[in-house]
Design a protein around this ligand. Structure first.
Ligand code: PMP
Length: 392
């Protein structure tokens, strides 16, 4: 099968992990050769409730028996979309009252950027160095890493990058600015949480300039950091909130949330400003609704905080320069690229999946599912420590 994969599936790397997946359940992925892997990155922050959560699977089955795709987004009343949208927006601050459903993270970013441009009538955009917002052209235009951008230039014009967590140059946010887009916790940039006062200052600058503030919580959303969304800890409310990844409990769905007033600008000049055929697919929306219901009724977010505490207590200072991040969105800053590579490789051989981030090769990314139990968590952390010890 691996040879067919290499021959027929377009490749994006010379060294794919190449696991031949048989099935996945809870915190585990099983391969065709009978090995068990602990999924300690949750498919990069997707399966936060574990693989195939029974409530999510049940909702999918029920929806499949009713209907699949029936019409492009926004025309027909589809119960799973409405149920999800109602539950989501009632959890959010008042002005985040409507959701536009899409298929993925990058599509949420695209929609958010278009909405900000349309609403403000402006085109200047501000992003941050080392950010990541997706790989389509608009998202790449506001992604702050030249190695990924350079081969695709020219991208969108009038995009400017500020340094994360730095008060310098905030006057770049001015009366020509449509939006500032940022991750409250940079994910691919190396799991870097924004500082509270700084984030609040960005909010102030946006208000003064009449620019919209877009939070990309595609990675940090749906309980991963110990809150439903990371921004809740900052006492700052964005004008547009982007989400995807863990939203569908393993099914593809994304969304951007804003106020009715802002969304009004998508209705005219021209009507149907942002068409998506499959956005908010009923099966994905049913999964998202079941996933969110479960997330809100269990103690998952508290568990994310416990996971943070356990990991920090166990690993901090033990040959690791820094353990940073929030909840179950954590990064281990190691001393060298060799050490990082060896630790990730050793864990892989032992059946533990850890991650890299796109913009840093000395950081081990941890994003365990929030259902992980103490015993398994401890087993994984012990092995990480052993691997660090062996290669230091
Ligand atoms: N924004 C952030 C913060 C992300 O982490 C990601 C995915 N890693 C994206 C956007 C893009 O999401 P997708 O891969 O679903 O397009």
């Amino acid at each position: 099968m691996l040879d067919k994969f290499l021959r027929h599936i377009a490749q994006t790397s010379d060294a794919p992990m190449g696991l031949e997946v048989s099935h996945a359940e809870g915190p585990f992925i099983f391969t065709k050769d009978g090995k068990r892997f602990v999924d300690f990155i949750s498919g990069i922050a997707v399966s936060s409730l574990g693989h195939r959560h029974p409530k999510v699977v049940e909702a999918i089955h029920q929806q499949v028996d009713k209907h699949l795709h029936v019409m492009v987004y926004g025309e027909f009343v589809q119960q799973p979309q409405v149920d999800f949208a109602e539950l989501l927006t009632t959890q959010l601050p008042e002005k985040l009252e409507q959701v536009y459903l899409v298929n993925s993270g990058t599509e949420a970013t695209e929609g958010a950027l278009k909405l900000a441009k349309k609403y403000t009538g402006r085109s200047k955009l501000i992003g941050f160095k080392n950010s990541y917002h997706g790989d389509t052209h608009g998202s790449l235009s506001v992604t702050g890493r030249d190695v990924y951008r350079d081969p695709y230039l020219p991208l969108l014009p009038d995009v400017h990058f500020l340094k994360f967590n730095t008060f310098e140059n905030l006057d770049l946010i001015d009366e020509k600015t449509a939006a500032v887009i940022m991750e409250p916790i940079q994910g691919e940039g190396g799991i870097i949480p924004a500082e509270k006062e700084w984030l609040q200052e960005i909010r102030n600058r946006c208000d003064e300039a009449g620019a919209l503030l877009i939070f990309d919580e595609i990675q940090s959303g749906f309980g991963r950091t110990g809150k439903l969304f990371a921004f809740e800890e900052y006492e700052v409310v964005p004008d547009i909130l982007c989400m995807a990844k863990a939203m569908g409990g393993g099914m593809p769905i994304g969304g951007f949330v804003s106020s009715k007033e802002i969304f009004q600008s998508f209705k005219y000049d021209p009507p149907l400003n942002h068409v998506t055929t499959f956005g908010g697919h009923p099966v994905s929306a049913a999964a998202a609704h079941a996933n969110l219901k479960e997330l809100l009724s269990g103690n998952y977010m508290q568990r994310a905080k416990e996971i943070e505490q356990i990991i920090k207590e166990k690993l901090q200072g033990k040959g690791i320069m820094e353990v940073r991040g929030k909840g179950a969105m954590l990064g281990l800053q190691l001393e060298s690229w060799e050490l990082t590579k060896n630790v990730v490789e050793d864990c892989f051989q032992r059946g533990i999946l850890l991650g890299w981030t796109l913009h840093s090769n000395t950081l081990v990314r941890l994003a365990p599912p929030l259902i992980i139990e103490d015993e398994l968590l401890d087993e994984v952390l012990e092995f990480i420590l052993e691997a660090i010890g062996r290669h230091s």
